[in-house]
Design a protein around this ligand. Sequence first.
Ligand code: C5P
Length: 243
Amino acid sequence: MSRRRQIYEGKAKILYEGPEPGTLIQYFKDDATAFNAQKKGTISGKGVLNNRISEHIFTLLGGIGVPTHFIRRLNMREQLVRQVEIIPLEVVIRNVAAGSLCKRLGVEEGSVLPRTILEYYYKDDALGDPLVTDEHIACFGWASQEELHDLADLAIRINDFLSGLFAGIGIRLVDFKLEFGRAWDGEFARILLADEISPDGCRLWDMKSNEKLDKDRFRLDLGGEVEAYQEIARRLGLLPEGS
Ligand code: C5P
């Protein structure tokens, strides 16, 4: 095995130094965590599926003009990406009430929200990724006003596109999380969509049965995690029918 330099190890991915300056290799693990890593497990084969699903979605988003870090998939578990300086925010977009929104506000799970909600969480494991407002982001300088405007704009565009993509294959995009980074070009930074988009960071419900086809199967001990991820890949046309 080549001795590549590991840059970072997260809960579900490892980043290695890439072949050219300014690139990284993003390796998808089978590890799964939930509730700020209080629950840990392995979903055998998840990394392979997420690599493929994320490649597909990032390629489609690139096609509609969303700037992303994705360059190309290298193999079953790895993709080549542009190195970015991660903005320490998780951007969550919600179309239907679920998860922490229901817990926090007592809203019934499954209620269609009268308008899409955009939330920001400060990426800090020790603090449990707290919900923050624009005021906190500006005050502590996590993103400039202009960057925050760009993030919101991109998040809404991505939501519109992905809601349509999933609706076309009988899946409701309930909510999802995005991460962005800065790609420096001299003194100018461009905002790129980073990380991954996969059933690990999205809530995806079958439109007819409301069956959960995402990481909630792991979080809520529902079982059938890999089958759910495979179903998403299959409906996206990434696995042969009947597999
Ligand atoms: O838990 P919560 O309801 O706030 O999650 C909203 C969405 O963001 C879900 O789709 C979840 O998968 C995603 N998320 C994530 N990583 C986190 C927190 C939430 O991918 N650390």
